[in-house]
Design a protein around this ligand. Structure first.
Ligand SMILES: Nc1nc2c(ncn2[C@@H]2O[C@H](COP(=O)(O)OP(=O)(O)OP(=O)(O)O)[C@@H](O)[C@H]2O)c(=O)[nH]1
Length: 368
């Protein structure tokens, strides 16, 4: 699985925002259909209908442009949730002023309430309640202006009940919406924690906790992959070298200087091996003080010098845990994988060469 780059993540977020914006436009399109219906029914004159469509088109285009040019990325909320919920209400309020019948106005209240539900995708309770209050105050303002400029179109008892009902509905929608929003937020936190825990689990399953090197299973799997890769090479198989490395007299080190000193030596030797091998080579801890090194695309002439370089690097190490002049050394058995043989056969040959190296005085590399 490849990690997603920041650029790709931004692209993905932007296309999700565009999708949500289109849903918002669909909601506004329903309001537009209601406006057309009222016009066709003779409840609205032509002029406010035109203003409604012109302003809707302008706002919609502006929002799409802001998203297309990435201007929204500079905003505190790049999804522009508040803006997208509030803007459609302005042309709606304008049209409502001209609707002859009170029932006509109710349509807009219903449709605007649907728009608030978009807040459930991102807004917290305070923001949802703010929007609900703004909607309610917008409608109250409209009723007051109508009562002042066109009192014949306002029937106060009905408006008072409508305002009360609208406040109740808005409160419920705002509370439920913010509850959903909070659930989504918690879910995304849990998802992030799960991803993190997964990464840690993979680390635990594949790495050795003392040295942080790949563990036995991981290095053996890598060995298997490298064998398959080397045999697939064109024009013909490429040589694949391995070395089984073992720290000399490690039991004595443990017994004399303590287990903690032994652990520190294991860590330092591991770091040294890793720093000495070439890019593309691979090392893992396969047992207590035993390591497997893999040298892909390496001929026999190169595998032994590569192992020799590591032997010398370890021999040159100094350890605070050990007396001045005490040398930690390693022995290695090196071999080249022969096409067609099993991993076990290759490994056994290297292990036998290691055994020979141990028996011939240690601190040396033997090839088989
Ligand atoms: N400190 C420490 N010691 C370990 C760890 N894993 C294995 N050992 C010790 O490594 C020692 C390996 O001893 P042996 O297999 O006898 O090998 P050796 O003493 O290195 O002798 P040669 O390999 O013949 O040179 C044992 O004493 C183990 O307890 C570890 O994680 N930490």
């Amino acid at each position: 699985m490849t990690a997603e780059s920041i650029e790709q993540r931004i692209q993905r977020a932007q296309s999700l925002r565009l999708k949500r914006m289109i849903w918002g436009f669909a909601n506004h399109a329903c309001t537009a259909l209601a406006v057309i219906g009222l016009y066709l029914g003779g409840f609205l004159p032509m002029e406010p209908v035109l203003v409604f469509f012109a302003s809707s088109l302008l706002c919609g285009t502006l929002l799409v442009l802001v998203l297309q040019f990435g201007i929204n990325l500079r905003f505190k909320d790049p999804s522009m949730t508040m803006i997208q919920i509030i803007w459609p209400v302005i042309p709606s309020l304008y049209v409502m002023f001209f609707v002859a019948l009170p029932q006509g106005r109710i349509l807009f209240l219903l449709l605007a309430t649907g728009g608030i539900m978009f807040g459930a995708l991102a807004l917290n309770r305070r923001q949802m309640l703010t929007i609900a209050w703004l909607f309610w105050l917008g409608y109250l303002g409209l009723v007051l202006v109508l009562g002042w400029l066109a009192p014949e179109r306002i029937y106060w008892p009905l408006e008072a009940v409508t305002l009360f009902a609208y406040a109740s509905v808005l409160s419920i929608v705002a509370y439920l919406g913010s509850f959903i929003s909070e659930l989504r937020h918690q879910l995304s936190i849990r998802n992030r924690e799960l991803k993190h825990a997964n990464v840690e689990l993979v680390e635990l399953a594949t790495r050795d906790s003392l040295t942080s090197l790949p563990n036995r299973r991981t290095v053996m799997e890598q060995f298997e992959r490298e064998v398959a890769r080397s045999e697939r090479q064109s024009p013909g198989p490429k040589a694949l070298g391995i070395s089984v490395l073992d720290i000399d007299h490690f039991k004595r080190i443990n017994d004399t200087f303590g287990h903690q000193a032994g652990d520190e030596i294991l860590r330092k030797v591991s770091r040294t091996i890793q720093a000495t091998i070439r890019k593309g080579d691979y090392v893992g801890r396969i047992g207590g003080e035993e390591f497997l090194l893999i040298f892909p695309d390496t001929s026999p002439d190169h595998a032994v010098p590569a192992a020799e370089r590591i032997r010398k690097a370890v021999e040159a190490l100094r350890f605070d845990e050990l007396p001045e002049g005490y040398r930690v050394t390693v022995s290695q058995g090196v071999t080249i994988h022969q096409v067609g043989e099993t991993l076990q056969t290759t490994f056994k040959r290297a292990d036998e060469a290691l055994y020979q190296a141990k028996n011939s005085g240690r601190n040396q590399v033997l090839a088989a």
